[in-house]
Design a binder for this molecule. Sequence first.
Ligand code: ATP
Length: 330
Amino acid sequence: MTTSTAAVAPTPGTTAAQPDGASVVVTRGLSKRYGRDRLAVDGLDLVVPAGAVFGFLGPNGSGKTTTIRMLMGLIKPTSGTATVLGGAMPGAAGAVLPRVGALIEGPAHYGFLTGRENLARLDAADRTADPATRKRRIDEALARVGLSAVGDRKARAYSLGMKQRLGIASALLRPRDLLVLDEPTNGLDPQGMREIRALIRSLAADGTTVFLSSHLLDEIEQVCTHAAIMSRGRLVTQGTVDELRSAVRGRLRVGTPDAGRAAVVLAELGLAHVATTGDGVEADLGDLAAEDVCAALVRRDVRVRSFTTHGDSLEDAFVALTGEGFDVES
Ligand SMILES: Nc1ncnc2c1ncn2[C@@H]1O[C@H](COP(=O)(O)OP(=O)(O)OP(=O)(O)O)[C@@H](O)[C@H]1O
């Protein structure tokens, strides 16, 4: 039995790591080795729930594009399996790929053709597309990405953001159950990035599952319901963005001239990893509410100069889980 898919994450608290009937992508032990010793993707178990905006996050060289190429049946895994929309890739590519819109390696259009002509060329190349309804498909795709007004302009006159949107329009010439976008905001200015993010949100709101790779942490936080974090070809973690953020407990920093007394109070409250610093004390906040900890310190005559918590961003999660900075190049 299938259930209708929602445009948002499943119930908060459920993990995305368990495949079920509503998973759009499931990989098991997926690996790709280039040559003898370059293990680009290493034993990947990925689950993308239907209706998610799924962020595939990792620094450059962490294996994102290689994974996407395997999911799209463009290259064969060395070992493991990849199932997309219920079909095992690459064998099921013929049945699966018409339901998938993909924008990999940036948009490729002819600058001397208009946006509309570029779409017409691509639509004509699709032997399953009925020429009689071509104009309607193109109009709808242009409207979907907000390019109706400039559809008759030459693509070379488009801004980078408009070119990227034309690329997404190409992927939307037919209804898609899954949209795969590899670094869709690469090279865009902040305005172009905002436009693409808004477009991704509206596509998701219409029920399309979006699989989006990015090396930009804040992009994933802004647009995704779920994320998987890659490092050096391996999956570090996956889940809803909220789960990933809260997987890293906040680190509390208290600025105080009474560091010794503060450390005793924090330890009595049960905070872990209490350590005094040059100008105060640090500890893991754990499940305690920051305001209660602060009140306890003040009650015990600790003079509090500053009181901050860190560690609720995806970047903190990445650093905590891998012990690396995010900008690693493998
Ligand atoms: N065709 C290839 N032959 C050999 N090595 C490759 C090939 N393609 C990728 N690699 C290597 O595999 C690793 C993963 O590359 P991949 O492009 O999948 O990472 P990525 O996360 O997509 O990074 P980027 O964002 O820079 O594209 C890198 O070390 C890369 O150099």
